[in-house]
Design a protein around this ligand. Structure first.
Ligand code: NAD
Ligand code: DAU
Length: 339
């Protein structure tokens, strides 16, 4: 298969590229990525010289470039997105541009060039907060922040292009991912690296919000299955099946890093903070997927990875991320201190 992966220099995309090259020896992968703050060529340094892999720096909103890159593709898998909720609260424009207009640009190119398959990587956040039970793929979308609203826009477009033009779109909606190469703004890598640096762990609100954690390699396997075996025009939820309150997760990270609970620092809640996400994953299970990495062991492996890869995350935390936090919370807040 000739695959174009967009956003392949980010967290999930880079793990997916590595997964495809390792499990499908005849596949070729072109990675189109704009290299925003979250895109890091170091995430794929180990496959850089693989003759089956190539990289193009560019924007999914650039229609001419997108057409050039996807011309002979058998499938396009779109991971490219602005992905961090907190950033969407202060700079929503870029989220709308990439997560809606970028998807539209890809869909138009796929339609014109008749690419046989388009997989849109979406999120459980599009269903909004779920107090009880779990979201089915047919449930209405109720996004509550600019990130999830823009992702919902992308989803609606992908399904509309299937209904209207028979563009062969499929959508995956996964729960919260964690694992190696996740930018240290998201809660698990932020808390692990803060703990390793003996800095406070800023826990939002009452710490009782619930997320369903999915190890990134399990998500990659599910996406790969949907890509090869999924049905056009269908949506597939991918849940980790491991719901945890943030406070419990935080204590577990401190236990694994052997740091004291006095590092927990309650801070102001995120505006519009969704209480809980939960998806019903029966459909992707019926396709033949099940997560293989138990949460406890995967979290331990993730802590070990960050411990052993300080050279990967230290420049990110002292560079772009620090500047961003200083702009939001003031020059001396650092982050890890109360915003
Ligand atoms: P990430 O922020 O780590 O990576 C995003 C990548 O997209 C980066 O490499 C960035 O450079 C690239 N990018 C951004 N804008 C671009 C543009 N206009 N053109 C080309 N490239 C661009 O994100 P992630 O956590 O790996 O998430 C990947 C996808 O999975 C996103 O669509 C996200 O919505 C979805 N998702 C993420 C999670 C999670 O827990 N991280 C869970 C469910 C769904
Ligand atoms: O549910 C899937 C989504 O998961 C993805 O679509 C998003 O791309 C991804 O960023 C993630 O969104 P969340 O908002 O759930 O992830 P985040 O890591 O930002 O936060 C997880 C929980 O931890 C959430 O309840 C907020 C809380 N939190 C987060 C940060 C960054 C804190 O308490 N303190 C923090 O500093």
């Amino acid at each position: 298969m000739r695959l174009v992966v967009t956003g392949g220099a980010g967290f999930i995309g880079s793990n997916f590229v590595r997964h495809v090259l390792a499990t499908h020896p005849d596949d070729r992968v072109v990675n189109l990525d704009r290299l925003t703050y979250a895109g890091n060529p170091a995430n794929l340094a180990d496959v850089e010289r693989d003759a089956r892999y190539s990289f193009v720096k560019g924007d999914i909103c650039d229609g001419a470039l997108v057409r050039d890159v996807i011309r002979d593709a058998d499938a396009v898998v779109n991971f490219a997105a602005c992905s961090h909720v907190d950033r969407s609260l202060v700079e929503p424009d870029e989220f709308l541009r990439t997560d809606i207009f970028g998807v539209h640009t890809l869909l138009e190119a796929v339609r014109e060039l008749k690419v046989p398959r388009f997989v849109q990587i979406s999120t459980d956040e599009v269903y909004g907060s779920v107090e009880r039970g779990s979201s089915r793929e047919t449930d209405p979308l109720r996004p509550t922040n600019p990130y999830s609203a823009s992702k919902a826009g992308g989803d609606h477009l992908a399904l509309a292009y299937w209904s209207t033009y028979r563009v062969p779109s499929l959508i995956t909606r996964s729960s919260n991912n964690f694992g190696p190469y996740q930018y240290p703004e998201k809660v698990i890598p932020l808390f692990i690296t803060n703990a390793l640096e003996d800095r406070p762990l800023p826990l939002y609100g009452d710490g009782r919000n619930v997320r369903d954690w999915l190890y990134v390699l399990d998500n990659c396997a599910a996406i790969d299955l949907v890509l090869r075996k999924g049905k056009d025009g269908e949506v597939y939820n991918i849940g980790g099946g491991h719901e945890v309150e943030n406070i419990v997760l935080t204590r577990e990270i401190l236990r694994l890093t052997r740091k004291p609970e006095t590092l927990i620092q309650p801070v102001k809640d995120r505006p519009g903070h969704d209480r809980r996400y939960a998806v019903d994953s029966r459909k992707v299970h019926q396709l033949g997927w099940a997560p293989k990495h138990p949460f406890g062991r995967a979290l331990e492996a993730t802590v070990d990875w960050y411990r052993e890869h300080a050279a990967w995350w230290t420049p990110l935390k002292s560079g772009e991320l620090r500047t961003w936090y200083e702009q939001q919370y003031g020059a001396h807040s650092g982050r890890g201190e109360t915003p």
